[in-house]
Design a protein around this ligand. Structure first.
Ligand SMILES: Nc1ncnc2c1ncn2[C@@H]1O[C@H](COP(=O)(O)OP(=O)(O)O)[C@@H](O)[C@H]1O
Ligand SMILES: [Mg+2]
Length: 334
């Protein structure tokens, strides 16, 4: 029997930002009469997540994803509404709660920069009071799953971005949390490392039934890992359901091919692929969006048109997918 692990009810967080009129007199005026603006970074968000679910948390930049994950982690307080995770109220910041969840932020690191990862792990073992045998077993397993055993004694600052993120994941999981909040864990990683992290998360979720809420910049992460997605836009939940329903949108089935001709004159400025128009940026690079199943064909077409210095194939950024989805067909969803 499954039971709910995360329950969020009307969760709201308002940020107040003070504004200062420009110039000296603006500053003086501000001393007496501070003007401010309240923005709801999260507004009346409600959802329930069952134990063991792997849910994608989507929304354009500034939608309120990080704010929500921070509230669920007890890092910031809600203005109103409530959250319960594994029966705990995160805002109480109880030690017992700390022991059962972890938050990983792709843009922040919790590992000590000037130490080998091993030493950070030892410190975390002490902080969480993990029994030695369990610690060794967990560490061994994670090192194998993520294939970074050889890097354990390398100074963290000397690791590649991908290796560092793998170590961050080990640090987050060393106390065997039951709930994992992942805020853009693959951002900036090369394609190989993204894949490795993704495969690891899938396996880990399957093996331990850990409940995971994942935000990502890359649609591929969500597509490969999550059946269910929650979409927020301007702080409000606008969709909660199967990913497949929003995949009907074009963006998820397309890729972006970017290439740079070896010599400027080999491709005309308005070169058109048979599959779509290219756009040319100031630095001479061409970009074209094509359906995923035509990537190979279009790549061949490009390469047979003229020599290229560089060619890359990328997913459409989630932001664009969501924006297109909810600006073109706001009613067809939810
Ligand atoms: N500490 C803060 N003070 C004021 N505004 C904030 C703060 N943190 C976030 N915001 C604002 O809240 C909104 C949501 O931000 P965030 O949760 O980081 O979005 P996302 O993670 O979806 O990109 C943004 O408009 C952001 O500028
Ligand atoms: Mg964010």
């Amino acid at each position: 029997m499954s039971h709910s692990m995360i329950e969020v009810q009307n969760l709201t967080r308002v940020f107040r930002t003070y504004k200062k009129a420009p110039g000296f007199w603006g500053g003086v005026k501000g001393l007496f009469n501070r003007t401010f603006e309240d923005t709801a970074a999260a507004k009346d968000i409600s959802f329930t997540i069952q134990e063991g679910e792997f849910v994608g948390f989507l929304g354009p930049n500034g939608a309120g994803k990080t704010t929500t994950l921070k509230m669920l982690s007890g890092l910031i307080y809600p203005t109103s509404g409530k959250a319960r995770v594994a029966g705990f109220d995160p805002s109480k910041r109880e030690n017992a709660y700390r022991k059962i969840f972890a938050l990983v932020m792709g843009q922040k690191n919790q590992l000590w920069w000037d130490l080998p990862a091993r030493e950070s792990f030892v410190l975390l073992r002490a902080i969480y009071g993990i029994p030695e045998a369990q610690y060794q077993k967990t560490l061994d397993e994670l090192l194998d799953l993520l294939d970074v055993r050889a890097k354990l004694d390398v100074m963290v600052r000397e690791l590649s971005l991908g290796e560092r993120m793998k170590m961050e994941l080990i640090a987050a999981l060393i106390h065997r949390p039951r709930v994992l909040f992942l805020d853009e864990p693959t951002i900036g990683l090369d394609v190989i490392s993204q894949k490795a992290v993704r495969n690891f998360l899938r396996e880990y979720n399957r093996r331990y039934k850990v409940t995971i809420l994942l935000t990502s910049h890359y649609m591929a992460d969500i597509q490969e890992l999550c059946e269910r997605v929650i979409v927020i836009h301007r702080g409000q939940k606008i969709y909660d359901g199967d990913l497949s329903a929003i995949e009907a949108g074009q963006g998820t089935k397309q890729k972006i091919i970017t290439f740079e001709p070896a010599a400027a004159e080999t491709f005309p400025t308005h070169w058109e692929s048979k599959h779509g128009k290219t756009t040319r940026s100031d630095d001479g690079k061409f970009t074209v969006r094509v359906p995923s199943d035509q990537v190979v064909g279009v790549s061949q077409e490009i390469l047979s048109t003229g020599p290229v210095a560089d060619i890359t194939i990328e997913d459409i950024p989630i932001e664009d997918v969501i924006t297109e989805l909810f600006t073109h067909a706001p009613k067809s969803i939810s």
